[in-house]
Design a protein around this ligand. Structure first.
Ligand code: NAD
Length: 256
C-alpha cells in the first residue's frame, strides 16, 4: 500500500517508534530512522522487511539538527511523505520539585520538535498533494496524572498542534492526526515500573499489575505493533478524510 513512499519516524530506534516504522515498512514504505542507542539492530530489522532504510541521529531538542535531518531524508529518498513525530522522554516529580532543566527538555523533545519537523515537511507534502503527519501524543494529551506536569503539558500541546495542522491543510491531501497510547511496555515505562518496584519493595510483575490497575481497565499493555497498525490506517485511503483526531488506544483508560 505504501510502496514508493518515504516515512520518517522520530525516536524510532526503540519502543513505539520502531513498532510504527516496522508497520509502515511492512506496507512497503522506505524508512528514515532517528533516535539514540543501538542503530544497527533497528536498521537491520527494517531492511529485512525488503525496503530501503536510512538513519539520521538528530537530537530532537535542537532545531538546527532537525533541519539537517529533514534535508538528509529528502536527499536520500526525494521527499518525506509520512512524518511520525514520536520522539519523547518522561520525568516524574511534583511541580515544586521538578528540575527546570527537565521541564525544558520535555517541552523541546515532546512538543517543539514536532512543530519544527512539521513546518519543514509540509511544503513538499503540499506540493505533492499527499502527506500524512502522525503525532504520537498519549492519553496524557487528553487527561492528566499527578507528577507529570511537563509531559502532560507537552502532550496536551501536541494534541492542539495536531488539530491546527489538520485545519490548515484540510482542503488538501495532507492529513494530521494524533495517536494517544495508554501504557506500553517500552524502556520509557519500564523505568516507572522499576521505580514503583523499588519504592514499594515489590517484584517487577507486581509493580506492572499496580501500574495497570491504577489506570487501565483492560489490565493489558498496548503494544508497539498495535499502534503501528493504527498508523497504517491513518496512511490508508480510508484515512483520507480523518483529520485532527486524537485517537486513544488505551485499554479503556480515558473512558472512565
Ligand atoms: P522509548 O524510550 O522506548 O523510545 C523513545 C525514542 O525516542 C528512542 O528511540 C530514543 O532514542 C528517542 N529519543 C529520546 N530523546 C531523543 C532526542 N532528544 N532526540 C532524538 N530521539 C530521542 O519510549 P516509547 O515509550 O517508545 O515512547 C515513544 C513515544 O510514545 C513518546 O513520545 C512517548 O511520550 C509516547 N508514549 C509512550 C507511552 C508508553 O506507555 N510507553 C504511552 C503514551 C505515549
Amino acid at each position: 500500500m505504501l510502496k514508493g513512499k518515504t516515512a520518517l519516524v522520530t525516536g524510532s530506534t526503540s519502543g513505539i517508534g520502531l513498532g510504527i516504522a516496522k508497520a509502515l515498512a511492512r506496507q512497503g514504505a522506505n524508512i528514515v530512522l532517528n533516535g539514540f542507542g543501538d542503530v544497527e539492530g533497528p536498521k537491520a530489522e527494517i531492511a529485512a522487511l525488503g525496503v530501503k532504510v536510512a538513519y539520521h541521529g538528530a537530537d530532537m531538542s535542537k532545531p538546527a539538527e532537525i533541519e539537517d535531518m529533514m534535508k538528509h531524508a529528502a536527499a536520500q529518498f526525494g521527499r518525506v511523505d509520512i512524518l511520525v513525530n514520536n520522539a519523547g522522554i518522561q520525568h516524574v516529580a511534583r511541580i515544586e520539585d521538578f528540575p527546570t532543566e527537565r521541564w525544558d527538555a520535555i517541552i523541546a523533545i515532546n512538543l517543539t520538535s514536532a512543530f519544527h519537523a512539521t513546518r519543514l515537511a509540509l511544503p513538499a507534502m503540499r506540493a505533492a498533494n499527499w502527506g500524512r503527519i502522525i503525532n504520537v501524543a498519549s492519553v496524557h494529551g487528553l487527561v492528566a496524572s499527578a507528577e507529570k506536569s511537563a509531559y502532560v503539558a507537552a502532550k496536551h500541546g501536541i494534541v492542539g498542534l495536531t488539530k491546527v495542522t489538520a485545519l490548515e491543510n484540510a482542503s488538501t491531501g495532507v492529513t494530521c492526526n494524533a495517536i494517544c497510547p495508554g501504557w506500553v511496555l517500552t524502556p520509557l515505562v519500564q523505568k516507572q515500573v522499576d521505580a514503583k518496584a523499588a519504592a514499594l519493595k515489590i517484584s517487577n510483575e507486581e509493580a506492572k499489575k499496580l501500574l495497570l490497575g491504577e489506570k487501565e481497565p483492560s489490565m493489558q499493555f498496548t503494544t508497539p505493533d498495535e499502534l503501528g497498525e493504527l498508523a497504517v490506517f491513518f496512511c490508508s485511503a480510508a484515512g483520507n478524510n480523518v483529520r485532527g483526531v486524537a485517537w486513544n488506544m488505551d485499554g479503556g483508560w480515558v473512558a472512565q
